[in-house]
Design a protein around this ligand. Structure first.
Ligand code: PEP
Length: 255
């Protein structure tokens, strides 16, 4: 990444793991290991762990995020959580468009756009996930797919609001599979996303936008991925559940 233009962001996505008690313990474990980080550090925890996470992270450099939010402010949406609810708790970040939400819970490019819009309206910063399936990569449509996902999700986002958007490029075939994109593959898609931001907004905004890579990033491969010019951090699933390993990624991003 270009440290003169952007600050790296390392975000953990805990998925459906950890109870509130375990959340407190894991954050207490991570805290001393990342205290001198020179990147932003976020943990995105299950909804029921947000309160415990906010309390455990208080006074530290760890920020807390949720993993999803609904697009409506309130209403008959059993089981859903609104962006306003997250904001009222003091949660600053939320993930939208994670491939597991798209695959298992019917999220589409349009609902991802709506969730992103609602999150911005509530004052949150969004980690917007995009990425191609294996068949799409094999068919050579990766760039087309990812460009369309980004373009639709940002359809109602102003240039000023873009400052509260972090984009996470996460090839679906690399998530939770142990199969990481090569550093070159990650960088070329991140670069294409940055070029698209330049087309949609301006070169200045493209230069400022944080674009992460996610997909089986871990302590062993983080340094090489994060050394790429257009890789500005990582969204980390499995490896974010172990304090030492997550901290080693944070250390790699701080160099
Ligand atoms: C993720 O959940 O966003 C992710 C990248 O998972 P993993 O690191 O486990 O592949």
């Amino acid at each position: 990444m270009d440290k003169k233009l952007r600050k790296a962001v390392i975000a953990g996505n805990w998925k459906m793991n950890k109870t509130p008690e375990q959340t407190e313990a894991l954050i207490n474990g991570i805290k001393p290991l990342v205290a001198s980080a020179e990147c932003d550090v976020i943990v995105c925890v299950p909804f029921v762990c947000l309160d415990a996470a906010l309390k455990a992270a208080e006074g530290s450099n760890i920020k807390v995020g949720a993993q999803n939010c609904h697009w409506a402010k309130s209403g008959a949406f059993t089981g859903e959580i609104s962006a306003d609810m997250l904001a009222s708790m003091g949660v600053p970040y939320v993930i939208t468009g994670h491939s597991e939400r798209r695959t298992y819970f019917g999220d589409t490019d349009v609902t991802v756009k709506n969730r992103t819009r609602a999150a911005l309206d509530a004052g949150l910063t969004v980690i917007l996930c995009v990425g191609e399936h294996l068949e799409q990569r094999e068919q050579g449509t990766t760039f087309e797919v990812v460009r369309a996902q980004v373009k639709i999700a940002l359809g109602e986002v102003s240039e000023q609001e873009l400052e509260r958007i972090i984009i996470a490029y996460e090839p679906v075939w690399a998530i939770g599979t142990g199969k990481t994109a090569t550093a070159a593959q990650a960088n070329e898609v991140n670069k294409a996303i940055r070029e698209l931001i330049g087309e949609l907004y301006s070169k200045a905004s493209a230069d400022k936008t944080v674009i992460q890579y996610g997909g089986s990033m871990n302590g062993a491969n983080a340094a090489e991925l994060l050394a790429q010019y257009d890789v500005d951090g990582g969204l980390i699933g499995g490896a974010s559940l172990k304090a030492a390993e997550f901290a080693s990624i944070v250390t790699a991003a701080s160099k």
